[in-house]
Design a protein around this ligand. Structure first.
Ligand SMILES: [Zn+2]
Length: 313
């Protein structure tokens, strides 16, 4: 089966072509997601068309779309999203796919897709009760019971654990609350965190044009004081997030994914000694890092299109 996958992330838009479960081509363009989704659709279409050159469109089963917000996969609508692609709630992406590619479209939230991808093609194969923590521009979470992604009346269950408040006196989030996990430690919250450090001016980070986790890693490896202290704060927040997910959903597996998981040594920092803080009754909980943290969502899209084709054909 051939399919198209488009992951509208907070920082970049990733597009791939799948052939029989394997990525055959890929393109990435910047997202500028705070400006909305509509202004990026023409470039997205052009990039996908570029990949499709020399291919027969009619051999493609459909387009899978990932969004960084709460999605109703039945009505194919974005229900809840803050700060990124805010116009997407009023866009008809199904119609866009039909006009741009003449193909049917399926859509789901990125974090749920990441878990779907890992359970079907990645480190979660063989597990049924699992949770996902995906560390990127924002923080995404998802839950699966008995191999199925947890869903609720508004598709919120399991998907908003990054907005569980871990510090009642914490910083403002992009959502209406303060002190959420995502507001404490995430790609978008990093710059604020770095600049608020008392020794920031003396830090190597002060001379950087932009602040992201790749730059933080560079200075962390040089043992820059501010970089070390910021990473320590992030690790503490994410460990709290992992514990909250375990105690809320009782999984046998926690999958850690997203581009930030490429940070050297982060997996060890997140997991070392964590079992001492997990309630006894939860038994042993496996914590794994996705093998290809940047592709978890894309593999989820492959399975979403494949399942759609099985159901409707
Ligand atoms: Zn929040």
């Amino acid at each position: 089966m051939k399919s198209i996958a488009i992951d509208f992330g907070g920082s970049s838009i990733k597009m791939v072509l799948f052939q029989d479960g394997k990525i055959s081509k890929r393109r990435t363009i910047p997202a500028y997601s705070h400006k909305g989704l509509a202004p990026r659709l023409a470039d997205t279409e052009a990039a996908v068309r570029g990949m499709l050159e020399g291919e027969e469109l009619r051999e493609y089963a459909g387009v899978g779309i990932a969004m960084p917000g709460i999605v109703d996969p039945v009505r194919k609508k974005v229900l809840g999203i803050y700060d990124k692609y805010e116009d997407s709630k009023s866009l008809d992406l199904e119609q866009w796919c039909r006009e741009a590619f003449g193909l049917p479209m399926v859509m789901e939230m990125d974090s749920k897709l990441a878990l779907m991808g890992e359970l079907n093609s990645g480190c979660g194969q063989g597990y049924k009760d699992a949770v996902m923590l995906i560390l990127g521009t924002g923080v995404g979470t998802a839950v699966a019971f008995d191999g199925k992604i947890l869903n609720s009346r508004n598709y919120v269950a399991g998907a908003l654990s990054s907005h569980i408040i871990i510090n009642m006196d914490g910083d403002q989030c992009t959502c209406p609350n303060s002190g959420c996990l995502e507001a404490t430690a995430s790609g978008w919250a990093l710059e604020r965190l770095v600049r608020s450090q008392p020794e920031y001016i003396a830090s190597g980070l002060a001379g950087e044009d932009e602040i992201n986790f790749r730059i933080l890693e560079k200075w962390y490896l040089k043992q820059d004081k501010t970089a070390v202290s910021v990473l320590k704060k992030c690790v503490k927040a994410w460990r709290t997030g992992i514990l909250n997910l375990i105690h809320a959903y009782d999984p046998e597996l926690v999958v850690l994914s997203g581009a930030i998981m490429n940070f050297r040594g982060l997996y060890q920092m997140l997991t070392e000694g964590l079992d001492r803080f997990i309630w006894d009754c939860c038994g042993h909980v496996e914590i794994k890092r996705a093998e290809h943290p940047e592709d978890s969502v894309l593999y989820g899209l492959y399975h979403l299109v494949k399942n759609f084709m099985t159901v409707y054909n």
